[in-house]
Design a protein around this ligand. Structure first.
Ligand code: HEM
Length: 461
């Protein structure tokens, strides 16, 4: 029989069930396990409790949802009942301010409306040539390395290339030194924040050595964002990109443009959200290809057949079906955004479970993408799962590496385009062969990153 729950079911939810509670004699065991090995801990919860469970994390109670239908309720069906007033977004606020990821309500809505046109399909189509050029530039730097038989570190290479792509394509910033400096400062802030996300104590305002490093890194990123902004304001030219749109925008009610602080927050958000995510996804792709020669061979066959030695055009992308299948299957196994959370505004009932107002609901794409009722033999890397006829059989919300609903990733089409172009163009020219026997495991920083730098050798095809 359904138990009643704390605080107590509301009049509208008289029959709601209590969310199963994590059981342990040690009140700190969940916190310690989450801090030490979050993926293993979440996996054990899913195994033991199924699709929903509540566990304590420090002084918070977290409701872990582990079925895509539950996530659909939060992101789509009852979206107005969930906001981002949760510690992880407050933490990101220290770096991104109130940018598109961290803002909510009317502020978010207006900003999203303003930025959305920069990501329309027609605009993205125009960026294919630029993405090709940037990839070719990288391939040229690799020519010499190949001759000298030098090792490349794939993680670093992917971060460099995606940072260039996002800064040149969306903000028309010549991505030389400034972007690389931004990348370095971002890595520092990333390390500190990842540690804080696992153990949010002491508060970031407390001046520990690592929190001081974070402050410094934020200052360095600020200097770069403000310089970019000042230069573009002075030049007063409309280059038709995202930054131009933001600089020219005027609030319909107040007639005012975005303030320096608001622009800084958005530039920082785009720099950060727009490069590390795609870089990690691509790093995982190269790693998985190096471990699965059969998949690699099939990819080469497609790239050679469709492109015939040319660089890809927008029309080619729809024909590079297997290339896209490899990307999707990689994001299933290693979703770079591996944890998401929301706060429940008013009481809700999810599949009969009572979720009181103020609950923190949490889900991990890493776990969801391994749900045994949805993905057979889930640990196996098998791009065929994403063959068009297989995709057609699954509800769309069963696979949401870019999240879903109104707050779906604004850069999803851009990311898919850049990854498909980059992957096909590099695969046309090179094989990336792993140089290490060290096992590569997923590491939970803010994003899900490979545990090694992925040293590889370039072999010309
Ligand atoms: C493989 C690449 C990427 C993945 C897996 C990814 C994933 C995601 C996810 C899961 C969210 C939802 C976050 C949340 O609800 O808290 C998100 C939001 C967002 N992403 Fe991405 N992303 C990628 C690439 C990009 C790129 C290239 C850009 C920009 C150029 C970008 C910009 C953003 C922004 C601004 C948001 C906030 C959208 C909003 O709330 O309105 N992302 N992304």
């Amino acid at each position: 029989m359904a138990e009643t729950i704390h605080p107590s079911p509301t009049a509208t939810t008289p029959t709601a069930k209590r969310v199963p509670q994590y059981r342990s004699r040690n009140p700190l065991s969940a916190t310690l396990a989450f801090q030490k090995q979050p993926l293993q801990f979440l996996g054990s919860l899913a195994k033991e409790y199924g699709d929903i469970v509540q566990f304590p994390l420090l002084n918070m109670q977290i409701v872990m949802l582990n079925h895509p239908d539950y996530i659909k309720r939060v992101l789509i069906d009852n979206i107005s009942n969930y906001d981002k007033d949760v510690f992880i977004y407050k933490m990101l606020h220290t770096v991104m301010g109130e940018g598109l990821i961290t803002s909510s309500g009317e502020k978010w809505r207006k900003r999203r409306r303003l930025m959305q046109p920069a990501f329309h399909r027609q605009r993205i189509e125009k960026l294919v040539d630029l993405i090709n050029d940037i990839t070719r530039g990288t391939i040229e730097t690799w020519e010499e390395k190949t001759v000298r038989n030098e090792t490349i570190y794939v993680k670093e290479e992917m971060l460099k290339i995606t940072l260039k792509m996002v800064s040149m394509a969306l903000m028309n910033i010549d991505a030389s030194d400034a972007a690389q400096d931004f990348g370095r400062a971002f890595q520092t802030s990333n390390e500190v924040l990842a540690a804080f996300a696992r153990m949010p104590f002491p508060p970031l305002s407390f001046p520990t050595p690592s929190h001081r490093r974070l402050r410094q890194a934020i200052q360095q990123m600020d200097v770069i964002s403000y310089t970019v902004m000042r230069e573009r304001r002075e030049r007063q030219e409309d280059t038709g990109d995202l930054l131009s749109m933001m600089l020219a925008s005027v609030d319909e009610e107040t007639g005012e443009g975005l303030s320096d602080q608001e622009l800084r927050d958005e530039i920082q958000t785009i720099f950060i959200a727009g490069h590390e995510t795609s870089a990690n996804a691509l790093s995982w792709v190269w790693y998985l290809l190096s471990q699965h020669p059969d998949v690699e061979a099939k990819l080469h066959e497609e790239v050679d057949r469709v492109l015939g030695g040319r660089v890809p055009t927008m029309e080619d992308l729809s024909k590079l079906v297997y290339t896209r299948m490899v990307i999707d299957e990689t994001m299933r196994l290693y979703p770079t955004v591996w944890q998401l959370m929301r706060r429940t505004i008013n009481d809700d009932v999810i599949d009969g479970y009572y979720i009181p107002a103020g609950s923190i609901v949490f889900w991990s794409n890493y776990e969801l993408h391994r749900h045994p009722a949805i993905w057979e033999d889930a640990e196996r890397f098998d791009p065929e799962r994403f063959a068009p006829e297989q995709v057609a059989k699954r509800p769309r919300h069963y696979f949401m590496p870019f999240s879903g609903g109104q707050r779906i990733c604004i850069g999803n089409n851009f990311a898919l385009m850049e990854m498909q172009v980059m992957l096909s163009l590099v695969a046309q020219n090179y094989r990336l062969v792993s140089l290490s026997d060290q096992p590569v495991e997923p590491k939970t920083a803010l994003a899900l990153v490979p545990s090694t730098d992925l040293p590889m050798k370039l072999v010309k095809r």
